[in-house]
Design a protein around this ligand. Structure first.
Ligand SMILES: Cc1ncc(COP(=O)(O)O)c(C=O)c1O
Length: 408
């Protein structure tokens, strides 16, 4: 996996085994894991209920291209959590987003997708676009793009309602694909009224709203959507919902489901650019049922969110103690510090405040002291098995890393 070259240090740590909030490397070093597979293991590693369900299902067959009854339970549970009645399965959040975009273009008959500058929604062609001096250009590092994303995509800064209105009012945009809080360029919160305005504008202009909850499921068992009463037309989510077994879902409102039905030809359903042979396989579905039923529960969040608060308070206390021009912010059981005084309000501001050297120093210094942070920025995610002692250990390590930095 080529991203592994971006971990701090000359080589990635090789894992021997993991359980709960900790893992051990092949040299026998034990780490507190605050990366948790960049949310894929937000359940903690090897959660017991999921492991048992996987073992049972593996012995009964892994994939059939036919449903198992677990799918019925999952559909009802996803509706209870996110408020949308119809669900489809994919293997990754990337795929869920790709399929949602295709469906949105198909049923609206419109060409463009709108995303926020410096978003990340997986390896989805349409989303690798940046805003430079008002123009949509390929995002840096975009490998082998089939077309210039200016042909497929409109980009505005997060929290810029005037720009959003200007683009949506053209009537050319099929859908907005958004994380409800940006999490992949650091955590960028929506300003007051942003979501209400986004929903009003998308409805008024006939634009579908796709909310990607893959990371923001850290907010509550129903993600940011349930916690803040969002009303997306389509919702996508992957990563932790199968406890780490590849699986993802995308759900729609009844109205969207009906429009899809009108526009789909069943005769050609197998070549429509949506789906995958292993999507909805029995193993993924069993893992998802066990994870939703027993692991990503209300009780888990009642434990992890206060711990993320404790982590945030600990980091803030060190920032205050050393009067650092840094900032710390939290979203549910996720938190992050920034090397700038005020919280960035959009992706462009976030990128401008990045400091790669400082970032790598903090990551490597923490790793050498037994703590793994999420790579590419300074994010911590709390697992149901993380303890207060783990959090206080992070605060102590953070203080030590800062002291060493200031001593140079
Ligand atoms: C918000 C969001 N959506 C989608 C994805 C894609 O997930 P995957 O790489 O598992 O397909 C990511 C990955 O980081 C993400 O952060």
């Amino acid at each position: 996996m080529h991203w592994m070259v971006k971990w701090a240090g000359a080589y990635p740590v090789f894992v021997e085994q993991a359980s709960g909030a900790h893992f051990t490397d092949v040299d026998g070093n034990r780490y507190l894991d605050l990366c948790l597979g960049d949310t894929g293991a937000m359940t903690g590693h090897a959660p017991q209920a999921t492991v048992e369900a996987i073992a049972q299902q593996i012995a009964r067959g892994i994939t059939f291209m036919l449903p198992t009854e677990d799918a019925l339970w999952i559909g009802r549970e996803l509706e209870r959590r996110f408020g949308l009645p119809y669900w489809q399965l994919a293997l990754t959040a990337t795929d869920a987003n790709r399929f949602a975009l295709r469906l949105a273009r198909q049923i609206t008959g419109r060409k463009y997708v709108l995303v926020f500058n410096w978003c990340y929604h997986g390896t989805v062609d349409e989303t690798f676009a940046s805003l430079v001096d008002g123009d949509v250009v390929p995002r840096r590092g975009n490998i082998g793009a089939a077309v210039n994303p200016s042909e497929t995509t409109r980009v505005v800064e997060f929290n810029d309602l005037a720009a959003l209105e200007a683009v949506l009012s053209t009537g050319e945009v099929a859908c907005v694909l958004a994380e409800p809080v940006m999490t992949n360029i650091g955590i960028v919160h929506p300003q007051a009224g942003f979501h209400e305005a986004l929903r009003e504008m998308t409805r008024r202009t006939g634009t579908l709203l796709i909310i990607d909850e893959t990371h923001t499921i850290c907010t509550s068992p129903g993600g940011y959507t349930a916690a803040y009463n969002l009303e997306p037309d389509i919702l996508t989510i992957g990563k932790p919902i199968g406890g780490g077994i590849p699986t993802a879902v995308y759900g729609f409102s009844a109205e969207v489901a009906e429009r899809i039905q009108q526009k789909l030809s069943v005769d050609h359903a197998d070549t429509g650019g949506i789906g995958g042979t292993l999507a909805g396989n029995a193993l993924s579905v069993a893992a998802m049922k066990a994870t939703l039923e027993h692991v990503l529960t209300d009780e888990a969040y009642a434990h992890t969110i206060p711990l993320a608060e404790r982590w945030t308070d600990g980091v803030q206390s060190v920032i205050d103690e050393y009067d650092l021009p840094w900032h710390v912010t939290q979203l549910g059981c996720r938190a992050e510090y920034w090397f700038c005084e005020n919280a960035p309000q959009n992706g462009g501001e976030a990128v401008a405040s990045m400091d790669d050297d400082l970032d790598r120093y903090m990551h490597l210094a923490a790793l050498n002291r037994g703590i793994l942070l999420t790579p590419f920025h300074n994010m911590a995610l709390i697992a149901p098995q993380t303890t207060e002692a783990d959090i206080d250990r992070h605060t102590a390590v953070f203080r030590e890393c800062v002291e060493r930095l200031l001593a140079v």
